[in-house]
Design a protein around this ligand. Structure first.
Ligand code: PRP
Ligand code: MN
Ligand code: MG
Length: 181
């Protein structure tokens, strides 16, 4: 496999910063859902790393389910058309759902998902996104828990990909423009 150092211009959020933030948010979530039947829903594929680390930062037993949606394909911009590639296994009726996402960019994916979930009878639906790009928002997404606000750059790593690559990078970094130019 190729060395990635020449493919990134800057590390934005380090693995250590991510883990410290996940511990902090997990403590809030544990408190907020102390008496509730929480279901974590991860959005494949980008949220795999966040879900793996965040769920293990929680002090309680918590079930998780997954939904696979995609709107970016192989490009660097959202197509705005969200496709379900794998639906949930769980019935959301009466459940307190926390959607776990890697990033809110334009907001189109999550606003579509929230609308999709609205008809499934959940007791509540909230969002935790590790990253958010305030300057890229096309729609506002109500988000209860946020890790880091970042600049409007194309970022990769810790689950985030460019054309399915770089998800396994431990940090979140800015992709060098020569890679996608
Ligand atoms: C990425 C990312 C978020 C979404 C955010 O997913 O993981 O799910 O885009 O962008 P938005 O706010 O502009 O909608 P992608 O569609 O690339 O699929 P992936 O998770 O499989 O990489
Ligand atoms: Mn995604
Ligand atoms: Mg992607």
């Amino acid at each position: 496999a190729a060395d990635i150092a020449s493919d990134i211009t800057e590390v934005l959020v380090t693995e250590e910063q991510i883990h410290a933030k996940l511990d902090e948010i997990a403590a809030h979530v544990a408190e907020d859902y102390r008496d509730k039947d929480l279901l974590l829903v991860g959005v494949l594929k980008g949220a795999v790393m966040v879900m793996a680390d965040f769920s293990r930062a929680l002090p309680a037993v918590v079930p998780m389910d997954w939904m696979a949606v995609s709107s970016y394909g192989a490009g660097t911009r959202s197509s705005g058309v969200v496709q379900i590639r794998k639906d949930l296994d769980a019935d959301l009726t009466g459940r307190h759902v926390l959607i776990v996402e890697d990033i809110i960019d334009s907001g189109l994916t999550l606003s579509w998902l929230l609308e999709n979930f609205a008809s499934r009878g959940a007791a509540s639906v909230e969002v935790f996104a590790l990253l958010r790009k305030p300057d890229a928002a096309k729609v506002e997404v109500p988000c209860r828990y946020i890790g880091f606000d970042i600049p409007n750059e194309f970022v990769i790593g810790y689950g985030l990909d460019y054309a399915e690559k770089y998800r396994n990078l431990r940090d979140v970094a800015i992709l060098a423009p020569h890679v996608y130019a």
